[in-house]
Design a protein around this ligand. Structure first.
Ligand SMILES: *Cc1c(COP(=O)(O)O)cnc(C)c1O
Length: 377
């Protein structure tokens, strides 16, 4: 029997050396040499004003909710088809979540439905770049500008992906990356927050440093450090940053490998799409994706369940995710769906993610494709 896992955490081999260097530097908490290298590398990749390493994508999102000054009763607009942290970060500040439907082609928030969901309580829009494919950011930023709203990009899946040549995460007011082991680049648990306006940088450093002005103190800008704002412990450790640095030092190594796998799946499965049996991902012309995910859409839930089982019987692990948040117990308590759920539930029921990770071999891809073709014979 085969053994093709759904995910293998990325590991290039340079991580060991860098972790050893971090240990030997006798500085293993946050903001040491490797944190700085990661910040600078990510600023270079994204063009963001300031990138700060955080303990997770979740904590990056939580920081942005504080930085947007979200208060109890405020409303935040986002898709329902996303990870819980996208919503939780704002619920923790007392916000009500207003979910709107996704586009069936990209599974991203339908930009045409956002404006109708805006009320006088709306404070922010949170587009989620699903599968590393950019949302329609020009439209979203234009709506936000006209209504005076903040834009927080959940780019957890979008490292090294672009919209009209601009890095995902660097387009709105704030962006959030995740370096969880299931993401393209990893440090085990970790993330980064992208601060895209100079004016927000100082407060972001304070929020990340437990609400103190410790960063300014270390730069010699104040003579003592003290509690100046709300905040929490969002600093990532040097050990994790050392692991990540090995992977982003030359981020194209992982990116090219994943794109090669993605293209191989796409080519091999396109006859099934042409026959109208399955649907393959769609990449809008404005978007350069990062092969975060390769998914197919089956006819319906029953067919997905049968195919998942058929793959599993041959040792192939394919998975689905995201029970739409508006149908979850917490989603019902903290949010509401605005408009009609035309696609969110129906499309999420059909989506199946195939094995995708750095180092996935051509022969394993061919085995997965053969098995899918056999299912449909
Ligand atoms: C992974 C992910 C997160 C959370 O990131 P963590 O690093 O696991 O906290 C948030 N949003 C989306 C869309 C994600 O895929």
């Amino acid at each position: 029997m085969n053994h093709i896992p759904f995910n293998v955490p990325p590991y290039l081999g340079t991580e060991d050396k860098y972790i050893r260097q971090a240990i030997e530097s006798r500085k293993i908490c946050g903001d040491g040499a490797f944190t700085k290298k990661c910040n600078e590398k990510l600023e270079e990749i994204t063009g963001s004003k300031k990138v700060l390493m955080t303990t997770s994508g979740t904590s990056a999102l939580e920081m942005t909710a504080i930085l947007c000054d979200i208060q109890p009763g405020d409303e935040v607009i986002m898709p329902s088809y996303t990870f819980v942290s996208t919503a939780n970060a704002f619920v923790l500040r007392g916000a009500t979540i207003v979910f709107v439907d996704v586009r069936p082609d990209t599974m991203n928030i339908d930009e045409k439905l956002i404006e109708d969901a805006i009320t006088d309580k709306t404070k922010a829009i949170v587009p989620v770049h699903y599968a590393g494919v950019g949302c329609e950011m020009d439209t979203i930023c234009d709506i936000a500008k006209r209504h005076g709203l903040a834009v927080v990009e959940d780019a957890a899946q979008g490292v090294m992906a672009f919209y009209k040549g601009r890095a995902l995460g660097s387009i709105g007011d704030f962006g959030c990356f995740s370096f969880h082991e299931t993401k393209n680049y990893s440090m085990g648990e970790g993330g980064a927050v992208l601060i895209n306006h100079e004016d927000d940088v100082e407060r972001a450093e304070i929020v990340r440093e437990k609400g103190t002005n410790r960063s300014r103190f270390f730069r010699g800008q104040v003579d003592k450090y003290t509690w100046v704002d709300v905040g929490s412990s969002y600093l990532q450790s040097e050990l994790n940053c050392a692991y990540l640095y090995g992977q982003i030092e030359d981020a194209s190594i992982i990116n090219n490998d994943r794109l090669r796998s993605w293209n191989r799946y796409c080519e091999a499965l396109s006859p099934l799409q042409e026959k109208g049996v399955i649907e393959l991902p769609y990449i809008p012309a404005e978007c350069t994706h990062n092969a975060h995910m390769f998914y197919i859409k089956t006819k319906d839930l029953a067919e997905r369940t049968a195919l998942t089982k058929f793959l599993k019987e041959d040792g192939i692990s394919a998975v689905f995710h995201y029970i739409p948040l508006h149908s979850s117990p917490a989603g019902q308590k903290f949010g509401r769906f605005h408009g009609e759920d035309k696609y969110t539930t129906a499309e999420s029921d059909r989506l199946l993610r195939l094995p995708m990770y750095y180092g996935l071999t051509d022969s394993d891809i061919d085995i997965v494709v053969d098995r899918i073709c056999r299912f449909y014979q």
